[in-house]
Design a protein around this ligand. Structure first.
Ligand code: PMV
Length: 359
């Protein structure tokens, strides 16, 4: 068992691109920590580099899980989201030639930023412009415990972590409002008409009731305890740009019906924010179930997501729904007193789970 864990830790350390000189030390700490995960390896590495006075600057950002109101939020309605704390971190250092980006957990290694017109590279190019440092070259490394394109806010978290790493490296003195604005510009690049919820949760790392109507309105929610959530990934990725465009197209054809759905979602979010703040999970779970029905009505669910929601509810979840843009991606299940049962049931059915939200 011990030998197996060590082997697994070595493979995780290698995915996190731990350099040779720190490899054995990081592997040992990974085994002791009991969290043999890429994000943990990145964290240990960062800590060790910090201690040895390393030359990289680091930034961190939260992922997000939307409990209520996705899609409606694009049309100026309220949504409720929780952070997935410190899900992503970035390191930057000066480079001699062209800027590069690596995401070891996603198997992206030293990719030239200029060659990537649509993904992380494009976001980096925009960030360099926005920060007025487009003439310099940097090597950027991202560590992520978030899977790719699963509706958990990885693109926004990457943008925030990168901006924070530059802020630390270059002493730019950026405040959260500026960091959020740059990450919002990156989100526009990634999917046209974002509401801004992903970058805002990534920046502030707090549970919130969010709305962007004429301006950004956010009410941070004080939680009574960590929320008992299970997040599970389907086998298909969900492309936010495509899903948001699909909803827009269908809304243009059935305007009154779609706007009525968004109005209902707005009400669910307002009621749900209050239920969340008082820890009323029976009420919140019911609201999430209704929200899932509405997301299905606007055609962003899939047969697989429906099956996952059904498995979670049968295993004891008070509420379960698609989270994020749908069309694939993830579900979130509110599971008071049943976190292990719900996680086991989803894993037995072959789905990867992220476990508790670390709020
Ligand atoms: O990018 P995703 O899939 O994590 O979800 C974004 C949430 C949407 O409401 C669908 C889009 C948005 O910009 O708010």
């Amino acid at each position: 068992q011990q030998g197996h864990m060590k082997l697994h830790a070595r493979s995780v350390a290698s995915s996190a691109d731990v350099p040779d000189e720190l490899f054995d030390a990081v592997v040992d700490e990974l085994v002791t920590s009991g969290e043999i995960k890429v994000w943990k390896a990145a964290e240990i590495l960062e800590e060790k580099r910090g201690r040895s006075g390393g030359q990289t600057a680091a930034g961190a950002a939260a992922g997000k899980v939307i409990l209520l109101g996705e899609h409606a939020v694009v049309y100026g309605k309220h949504a409720v989201a929780l952070p997935i704390a410190d899900a992503v971190s970035a390191e930057v250092r000066s480079a001699e030639q062209a800027s590069t980006v690596s995401v070891p957990a996603w198997n992206i290694r030293d990719q030239a930023v200029a060659d990537d017109a649509s993904g992380v590279g494009a976001a980096v190019t925009l960030i360099l412009q926005e920060l007025g440092i487009a003439d310099s070259h940097f090597a950027i490394r991202l560590h992520s415990s978030l899977p790719r394109a699963m509706g958990l806010g990885s693109s926004a978290a990457f943008a925030v972590a990168i901006v924070r790493a530059f802020d630390a490296e270059l002493g730019l003195g950026l405040d959260n409002a500026k960091i959020n604005a740059v990450a919002f510009a990156c989100e526009k690049l990634a999917h046209g008409t974002p509401s801004g919820i992903d970058n805002t949760v990534a920046t502030y790392g707090e549970a919130m009731l969010f709305r962007r109507a004429e301006s950004l309105e956010l009410e941070k929610l004080k939680l009574v305890e960590p929320v008992p959530l299970v997040i599970a990934c389907s086998s298909q990725s969900g492309l936010t740009a495509e899903q948001v465009a699909g909803v827009r197209r269908r809304r243009a054809q059935s305007r009154a019906q779609y706007d009525a759905v968004f109005e209902q979602m707005d009400a669910l979010s307002l009621t749900g924010a209050a239920a969340l703040a008082r820890g009323d999970y029976a009420e919140l779970g019911m609201l999430m179930n209704v929200c899932h029905g509405l997301l299905n009505a606007i055609e962003v669910s899939t047969p697989e997501l429906e099956a996952m929601v059904s498995i979670a509810r049968s295993a004891g979840a008070a509420g379960a729904k698609v989270t994020g843009s749908g069309g694939g991606g993830s579900i979130v299940a509110l599971s008071p007193g049943a976190v292990d049962d719900v996680r086991d049931a989803l894993e037995e059915a072959g789905f990867l789970t992220l476990g508790h939200s670390k709020t």
